[in-house]
Design a protein around this ligand. Structure first.
Ligand SMILES: Nc1nc2c(ncn2[C@@H]2O[C@H](COP(=O)(O)OP(=O)(O)OP(=O)(O)O)[C@@H](O)[C@H]2O)c(=O)[nH]1
Ligand SMILES: [Zn+2]
Length: 363
């Protein structure tokens, strides 16, 4: 094995670069794509991109393009031609719908039909995996290897980036320790670290559940607002407590605490979604206006951790049929759905109704 980073490790570097506003290069042979995340681009770097010449584009998802009334000729994405006289504020407004209603951007937004959209598509996936808005500024550059070396930029081969972004990362147990809990003295917290350098995830094991019979399990996605500060906008905090309480009462169970905040879009984007919800959009519409799918979570993570812990079948505490389908698709048998109906408030009634109507949640 060489000492240098492999493509998965290069992706982890690229995520950090994009979050800081540093460009990365996607190498697809004689051509490369210079990529900057729209939300972190600053004036100096934007000027440096312009100084290279050529025609920069802004790649956004079809969901975001729909709000802007731009034509997504590439199906799931659109490549908008960057007007010659705009700066970072324009780029950020295209990416971020915060001011769409109060100060709408004026189109039209001419978009590219020609050329291969694949590098831009991968660049958007990279921005999403960095928990940034799914929008990038991109410019074709010749001789990508030389270009990246000259500027000290992270360079990843496009095909390898696509494979690394699609792969399920192996989950490695890091450590585990006894943590007596209110619901059970026999609590144990395990920490899992993915090989791809993304967020760690946790498992709370209660009692000593047998690996041979289906375990009472919950896959809980992190919700800073609901789990920690008592937000009334969702039911997460109540679900977390109720799930642990049921495991304590039964004497055994496993709760995975998955750091997939905001259904996988990250806390910053979830707060952007909350601002849009205050403008009148529901939870699904808000995700779409930001350019995301309704649910960006990768359920292979939960399945991988359960497998790593030796569980192959569960009694799943959930109201979300998609979680059941996903577990089964990724090799975890779900012998029973255990409903988890707690935490309804005046403030979250509409949110829960939207999840039932649009995402298939069982009330
Ligand atoms: N994007 C977005 N995420 C939200 C919003 N409200 C809550 N969340 C996130 O939604 C996720 C809820 O996770 P879960 O409770 O595990 O999932 P669920 O799909 O509702 O399924 P069950 O609770 O198992 O029925 C958490 O990651 C929250 O942070 C919202 O309005 N927008
Ligand atoms: Zn929540």
């Amino acid at each position: 094995m060489s000492l240098g980073p492999n493509s998965t490790e290069q992706i982890a570097r690229a995520r950090a670069d994009l979050r800081m506003g540093v460009p990365v290069v996607l190498d697809h042979g004689a051509q490369g794509l210079l990529v900057l995340a729209a939300e972190t681009i600053g004036p100096a770097r934007m000027q440096a991109v312009r100084a290279l010449g050529g025609q920069p584009v802004m790649a956004i998802t079809a969901h975001r393009a729909a709000t802007l009334r731009a034509r997504p000729y590439d199906g799931d994405i659109a490549r908008l031609i960057l007007p010659p006289d705009v700066g970072p504020a324009w780029v950020q407004s295209v990416a971020d719908p915060a001011d769409d209603l109060t100060n709408p951007l004026l189109g039209p937004f001419p978009s590219l039909r020609d050329g291969d959209p694949a590098p831009c598509r991968t660049a958007i996936r990279l921005a999403k995996s960095a928990r940034l808005l799914p929008a990038v500024l991109a410019l074709d550059v010749p001789a990508p290897e030389t270009f990246a070396a000259r500027h000290g930029l992270t360079r990843i081969a496009l095909t390898e980036a696509e494979i690394a972004l699609s792969a399920a990362s192996p989950m490695h147990p890091v450590t585990a320790a006894r943590v007596p809990l209110k619901v059970s003295k026999a609590g144990r917290v395990h920490v899992f670290r993915p090989e791809d350098g993304s967020e760690e995830h946790y498992a709370v094991e209660i009692g000593a559940p047998s690996r041979g019979v289906p375990v009472l399990a919950r896959l809980h996605s992190a919700c800073f607002t609901g789990d920690l500060i008592g937000s009334l906008k969702c039911d997460c905090g109540a679900q977390l407590k109720a799930a642990l309480a049921q495991m304590g009462a039964e004497g055994a169970g496993v709760l995975l605490y998955l750091n997939q905040e905001g259904r996988g879009i990250g806390l910053a984007n979830k707060m952007r979604a909350y601002s849009l919800q205050d403008q009148g959009f529901d939870t699904v519409e808000a995700n779409h206006r930001l350019g995301f799918e309704d649910d960006e979570r990768d359920f292979r993570i939960g399945a991988g951790i359960l497998r790593e812990m030796g569980f192959s079948a569960v009694r799943l505490l959930t109201n979300n049929p998609a979680k059941i389908r996903m577990m089964q698709a990724h090799g975890i048998g779900v012998v029973e759905r255990v409903p988890l109906r707690v935490g309804k408030t005046c403030e979250n009634a509409e949110y829960l109704a939207t999840k039932a109507a649009k995402s298939g949640h069982l009330l």
